[in-house]
Design a protein. Structure first.
Length: 678
């Protein structure tokens, strides 16, 4: 991870560790300023942030480790953080601790210390702690742990100078930390036996012995992987098995539980010793708690969530619609201009019909997509999204699904690819597979242009509601399919999501805009690459064989569409235009709109009115349902293959979504027709 050269160049390597939301990234940014870069950890897709700072003329290298609550081996994030600590041995670890939540944060601190790291605590968010009348005896905390504790407010650069000074001092001192938790007589007896055997294996010299012994007692399989093959290791493992058994016989608890309980007990004990709350406020509820009493209420929680999501879509389209209009006008003008300027007929058609018509029809959806992400970022930064996940956890749990599934599902609203990667936070393989399989049902932003086009053309003032209903349908189907998979393919227990709700915060304009851009810019990039290429491909197919009328039924794309169209007749859109759009939509769902622009021979501005003359609201709705559900795009299929590492499950995901999409579209159209909605 850190090359020898880099180690040479930097005088000292400082790692930032801490729970998610403790302020690590804020601290990292204020330490490194602009001298930073972001990449991925080797071999995994967990984000790797590194930067530098100059302190007293020396270069310090700063590494932002993934935020974790623990250093077990249960998620990629945890593994990345702990492997870095074990293998790279940073000179000092700054443990960013959220002062408003000392007990939970100290659980990680304890593990850092047990791994033998040289730790300095940044006791962050001290301003919020004060606001909540939480008082922490910093000196006492520092004494109990035997390490420096520096109060900080990362957002306002408070305490940073002292922090870095203490960190460098700790990094330079040759002292090893002497931290030790007493695990009780019986456990200690077994640990000593293991430590003795560990000491006999030279390859293990570089690892902290007591930590290794504890990890082995916990049954940590990833640690067993680092043991060298050989007789000594076999002896060690035999002793471990023996020790675990003895301990269980004696205490009646398994070793892992004992270790975890002791660590929590220790963290809780320190918190009790050092934290005082003023009594007059303790009994009164904070503003956050008052809001939470309503927002996460057993009965009101889900309705409120739905209202919030509905408001998001109203916002997106009320403001987005006029903006779409302006961009349309621009492309219309550009198309007319190019039409006059370019005299070569083929080139003219490529530019005007193909690129401006096809790509333009997708680009006009930039405003609603950015507005949607703006709204979602706002909800996330304010702390509401965490409540949504919390409410959904309770709900999902009653269905036997894991609450952590909901977070990848929320991410899926943006794009299913990172969402499927985010399932790595699920510890249990079965829960994870279910979450991957249902994720494509979450309506990603690429589907939005299709909805906006059809809903705008056929549902007028109700378009926000119609689009909201599609998102909702996606969620409901995801949950239904999840339950079905759980009951049939993956039977078993589901664990609870332990999630601390972060306090509500007033989101800043800057961070909301940054988050909006981070998410939205991928759409722009996609428009410039894959969608651009697809549009040209479609234009070519619309012109072949040579001499055919452009985008007519006789062109290749028309023939292809006609071949497939009969399948969709029962769903109300058995025309060749729709069929070919669905085929090319496999590349990326936005391409559906681009294809329609080409095959209807329409400039972006007329597309809506052409659609409204060929389609009925019912067939349009069935088509949108199909777009929502049928086969995820190629990028998502790729992500499913990577994350499941199985062509079987990938094929299953493609197959079931295709069938489900068709069935649902047919159902919508047939039932709608029966009800006289056609
Ligand atoms: P990370 O998940 O640990 O990287 O946390 P971030 O750096 O993203 O911070 C989470 C949130 O806490 C952000 O909204 C920060 O602006 C805020 N934050 C960070 N440090 C402080 C602090 O010292 N005081 C207050 N009030 N907010 C902070
Ligand atoms: Mg961060």
């Amino acid at each position: 991870m850190v090359t020898a050269e880099e180690k040479e160049a930097a005088k000292m390597i400082i790692a930032l560790a801490g729970n998610p939301n403790s302020g690590k990234t804020t601290l990292f940014n204020s330490l490194t300023g602009s001298r930073q870069h972001v990449g991925n950890w080797p071999g995994v897709t967990v984000e790797k942030k590194e930067g530098q700072m100059i302190y007293q003329g020396e270069t310090l290298k700063i590494i932002d480790l993934p935020g974790t609550y623990s250093l077990g081996a249960y998620s990629e994030d945890e593994l990345v953080a702990r492997n870095f600590l074990l293998e790279e041995k940073p000179d000092v670890v700054i443990d960013v601790v959220d002062a408003t939540n000392l007990e939970r944060n100290l659980y990680l601190t304890v593990q850092l210390l047990e791994m033998g790291a040289n730790v300095v605590i940044a006791l962050n968010m001290i301003d919020e702690a004060e606001g909540k009348k939480i008082k922490i005896d910093i000196e006492k905390l520092s004494n109990i742990l035997g390490i420096p504790v520096i109060p900080t407010i990362a957002t306002r650069n408070k305490g940073i100078d002292e922090l870095i000074e203490k960190a460098v001092k700790t990094g330079n001192s040759k002292q090893k930390n002497q931290f030790k938790i007493d695990y009780g007589e019986d456990m200690e007896e077994q640990l000593q036996k293991l430590i003795k055997l560990i000491a006999e294996i030279p390859e293990l010299e570089k690892y902290p012995q007591r930590w290794l012994a504890l990890a082995l007692m916990e049954g940590d399989e990833r640690v067993e992987e680092i043991l060298p093959k050989g007789v000594k290791t076999e002896k060690l493992l035999t002793q471990r098995n023996e020790s675990v058994k003895q301990l269980e016989n004696k205490i009646g608890e398994d070793a892992e539980t004992i270790i975890i309980e002791r660590r929590y007990g220790f963290a809780g004990g320190i918190a009790k010793e050092t934290v005082t709350r003023r009594h007059d406020v303790e009994d009164r509820l904070s503003m956050s708690d008052k809001i939470d009493n309503i927002v996460t209420n057993r009965y009101l929680g889900i309705p409120i969530f739905l209202i919030v999501m509905w408001a998001v879509f109203q916002f997106t389209f009320t403001i987005g619609d006029p903006l779409i209009g302006y961009i349309e006008l621009f492309f219309e003008w550009l198309g007319a201009l190019m039409g006059e300027v370019i005299t070569n007929e083929t080139l003219n058609s490529l530019i005007v019909d193909g690129i401006i018509g096809g790509l333009g029809s997708v680009i006009v959806f930039i405003p609603p997509i950015f507005l949607l992400f703006f709204a979602i970022s706002l909800l996330e930064d304010s702390g509401y999204m965490a409540r949504a996940a919390y409410i959904m956890d309770r709900f999902m749990h009653t269905l036997g699904l894991h609450g952590k599934s909901f977070i990848p599902m929320l991410i899926g609203f943006g794009c299913n690819v990172p969402a499927i990667m985010a399932t790595r936070t699920l510890d249990n393989k079965k829960d994870r597979l279910i979450t991957i399989l249902i994720n494509p049902l979450m309506s990603c932003s690429a589907r939005l242009p299709v909805y906006v086009l059809f809903a705008g053309a056929l549902f007028g003032a109700n378009q926000g509601l119609v689009i909201f209903s599609l998102y909702l349908l996606g969620i409901v189907l995801a949950i239904v399919m999840g339950v079905i998979f759980k009951k049939t393919l993956f039977k078993g227990e589901t664990s609870y999501l332990i999630m601390e709700l972060p306090p509500y915060r007033m989101p800043t304009v800057k961070s909301t805009l940054i988050h909006m851009w981070e998410r939205g810019s991928s759409f722009v990039k996609k428009a410039g690459t894959i969608i651009f290429a697809a549009v040209i491909l479609i234009w070519v197919l619309a012109n072949l064989p040579v001499g055919v009328e452009y985008a007519s039924e006789e062109s290749l794309i028309g023939k292809l569409g006609n071949l497939i169209a009969p399948i969709f007749a029962p769903a109300g859109f058995g025309n060749w235009q729709a069929a070919s759009a669905l085929v090319f939509g496999l590349l990326a769902k936005e391409v559906i709109v681009g294809t329609l622009a080409v095959v209807y021979g329409a400039g972006e501005a007329e597309l809506g009115s052409i659609i409204s003359s060929y389609w009925t609201p019912l067939s349009a709705y069935a088509f949108m349902v199909m777009t929502l559900i049928y086969v995820p795009c190629v990028a998502t299929i790729g992500a499913i293959k990577r994350e499941t590492n199985s062509w079987g499950w990938t094929g299953f995901a493609v197959g079931y979504t295709l069938v489900l999409g068709w069935v649902m579209a047919v159902l919508v159209f047939q039932v709608g027709s029966l009800l006289g909605l056609g």
